[in-house]
Design a protein around this ligand. Sequence first.
Ligand code: ADP
Ligand code: ZN
Length: 614
Amino acid sequence: MTDAPPTLPSVTTPSAVLERTFGYSAFRGQQADIIDRVVSGGDALVLMPTGGGKSLCYQIPALVREGTGVVVSPLIALMQDQVDALGAVGVRAAFLNSTQDGQQRRDVEQAFLSGELDLLYLAPERLRVESTAALLDRGRISLFAIDEAHCVSQWGHDFRPDYLGLSMLHERWPDVPRIALTATATPATHREIAQRLDLGSAEHFVSSFDRPNIQYRIEPKTEPKQQLLKLLTTEHRGDAGIVYCLSRKSVEQTAQFLVDNGIPALPYHAGLDSGTRARHQSRFLREDGIVMVATIAFGMGIDKPDVRFVAHLDLPKSVEGYYQETGRAGRDGLPSTAWLAYGLQDVVQQRRMIQESDGDEAHRRRLQQHLDAMLALCETVECRRVQLLAYFGQASEPCGNCDTCLTPAESWDGTIPAQKLLSTVVRLWRERHQRFGAGHLIDILLGKRTPRVIEQNHVELKTFGIGTELSEQEWRDAVRQLLAQGLLAVASDGYGTLVLTEASASVLDGSRQVRLRRDPVKQTTRAMRTTGVDLPSDAQGLFERLRAWRADTARAQGVPAYVVFGDSTLRGIAVTRPSSLEELGTISGVGAKKLEVYGDAVLEVVGQSAVTAA
Ligand code: ADP
Ligand code: ZN
């Protein structure tokens, strides 16, 4: 909480709050309907993509209705930033979680009981404690917001057992409206949320999951670090972004590699102590242009709006995970990139990890299904976005902003090469009881007399040297795709050797045709851009000065830069060059409180720039 709770002028309608408090002129998408529903006391289940504007859907009803809005969120580490961001627009918010000492907690409880809080953030496990529930009983609750509602789903990838207890909200406080929100839900997860949270009478608001400002690109992995460096230096210099790697070791190595190449990068994984993790997260949020190299332990609930790219150096385990991770790019609606490098080794490794995973057969089958959907996305020759949205139950048209739309990939008839490869696998097994990995199989097909080929006397095999029509890389692409299509499998011997599947027979006997994707020679890139993208050149300089001012201000106040103003607001200022507080107040993102606190300083930066320009 900020020291003296600022007093808000009495504003009562949702659109008045939107304009005065948040500085926005119009609701987006379904916001107005959702807010009306909750303001009038009804329950709501909201599926809206990241960056769609979910927060206002409960914040505004909490400001309009009497009492305190109670927000259940699993993201303890981010509560401070959320509360700071609300404080910056004059909303009275606080949280109760395990990071506080007794006195801090008592202060918040007191503020709640005296009706001085508009919003109170709680971790779900708090609600299991009777004393917390008793506290809520003694105050006045305007609504319950259940954020990250997909955490209640056991099928999903973020399951939190404490979420199962949240059906108690309705039992204990039947008259308080509830709004559950998530950015990630397949149709099955959607149903599960409604059922487990006991939202039988809730109205469902399902927005399009599309994130049109994100450009999706998936390219073959050859030299991953160099490919990443190229992406960062040619398209994203100076931008904030996240790079995901599978292992702690590759996180460390990649972060070091970027630093060695002059890019401010920080590592983040569960092996770092919590102090280091918190420090790195805080620098990522607070400073401009930091690249976070992380395992998937990083990112849930990070609502930094100006993440310009999300890069994956390893294959994600599911489409849900991939969509959620890439969704952290471009919350502010400005152009952003989701980039993934993917290769044969990824498929072999993931198939192996599934075989070696704990859990029963059903669990492994589920992991397998998740992986298959992810592989299908990687290997498609159709629009990536069409495929992604279809996965979430939504039909769409080719998007024009993904790699396959921008640089179409061809498909070709790979039946004969597939037969050559599969029959090599068959012969080795039938004639010699041997199994090998992709590398050796390809050596045989290419007729390479490697020491191993000679030692094993594989020159004698009938398929030796029959595959010279493809290059080594083309063979690797083919093997990867056969694995992805389930026409070849990784043996469970832990060595990554390859075996046939039931479906292989139909290829060998010629009854099934194999279509393979030919990766375009020229990879999709876009022109070098910076955060000032598309700004007229005379606004560019002012934008940079405003960013510098914002960095200083944020540092002095100990808050993330975006809490001061988002990039899109700074762009608005740079383009309109307001000369009065009144004019400044009309720019999107400038509400009453920010105008009061930052208005003069911003006008000064604009004024100085007019002098320099003259
Ligand atoms: P989500 O939680 O759905 O990911 P947020 O609530 O963080 O999205 O909103 C994303 C961004 O869009 C924020 O910077 C927010 O201030 C902005 N925003 C939300 N609603 C509006 C609106 N009606 N007009 C302008 N900007 C908005
Ligand atoms: Zn597309």
